[in-house]
Write a new protein. Structure first.
Length: 309
């Protein structure tokens, strides 16, 4: 395997990002993503305990900050990478979302039912969008879902089709996961092989977007006393990356940090399955402690949900 340097160009082909000497690969031949309580748990009710309720309130409070982040230029929710903005322009789907958020910020009534329609239209557009555009569409849908499912109780009324919102973003998550959840270089176990910065940022953003959809779905399920699904189908997916790697501004800044990180982890980063398998005790294994030491607020939010499971 040849080493990919920061100067290697990248491109997108369909839904799967491909790069020079680099390839996005699915971690499982087929990924069956649970589409939520409406699909499998009709009529069942799950009572949430106090720990779960605490995690629920914390999660919703944090998620509700994401629309405000996107409404400000130069600040992004932690599942949207800053490199997705080119020449100070967001991808079209996120640009439209930004404009809608500005209208809401100017005390315009939020057209929640229209947001449901927007999620549905973004889902249908997947067949004509390339990988970068589809990722941006899924990211915008997360914002729309947050506005629809967790509205400001003083000014907005909940939508009448919450289940449609959940199914819509779950379908987007399924399509994202099916297009590959790792770059080839991330699957070799070789600490001397690494992808291009552009390829890594897009793949990391994709993984974070899938997890953001899971967070929204989990919070809504607990809020409505529905049984929740715990994303076990994502157990081979890499957990959120370290803060330093995610916040690196350029490939030149990122490359030595990635080399150091990959060497520390012997070519095999922390995975979602390890996080889900944590035993109910205070002392953690070394890999989990190392991961917690590195992550940003997005990883910590995911950890708070795992603690409530």
């Amino acid at each position: 395997m040849q080493r990919v340097t920061r100067n290697n160009p990248g491109s997108f082909n369909g839904l799967t990002p491909t790069f020079t000497n680099s390839l996005a690969v699915p971690l499982k031949p087929k990924i069956n993503v649970d589409l939520g309580p409406m699909a499998r748990f009709s009529g069942l009710v799950q009572r949430a305990g106090s720990v779960e309720q605490h995690a629920l309130h914390h999660t919703i409070r944090v998620l509700r900050t994401y629309p405000r982040m996107l409404s400000r230029r130069g600040q992004f929710p932690p599942y949207i990478h800053h490199s997705q903005m080119e020449n100070y322009l967001l991808p079209p789907a996120l640009e439209i979302c930004h404009d809608i958020l500005n209208k809401v910020g100017r005390n315009h009534p939020s057209p929640l039912e229209q947001l449901v329609i927007e999620i549905d239209s973004l889902n249908r557009a997947v067949t004509v969008e390339n990988g970068a555009s589809f990722l941006a569409s899924a990211q915008a849908s997360v914002i729309y879902a947050i506005l629809c499912l967790f509205p400001d109780e003083h000014s907005l009324q909940p939508v009448n089709s919450e289940e449609q919102v959940i199914l819509g973003i779950s379908e987007l998550s399924l399509r994202l996961a099916s297009s590959g959840m790792a770059l080839y270089e991330e699957t070799t176990g070789d600490a001397r092989t690494y992808p291009s910065w552009h390829g890594w940022t897009i793949m990391s953003a994709k993984r974070r977007t899938i997890l953001a959809i899971y967070m929204v779905t989990w919070a809504w399920s607990v809020k409505r006393n529905y049984p929740t699904f715990y994303c076990h189908e994502l157990h081979l997916m890499h957990a959120p990356c370290p803060r330093t790697l995610w916040q690196a501004r350029t490939g030149e800044e990122w490359l030595p940090l990635y080399e150091e990180w990959l060497s520390k982890w012997d070519g095999d980063g922390y995975r979602i399955g390890e996080l889900l398998a944590l035993p109910p005790k205070h002392v953690l294994d070394k890999r989990t402690e190392d991961w917690l030491q590195e992550v940003d607020e997005f990883g910590m939010l995911l950890m708070s949900q795992v603690n409530a499971i």
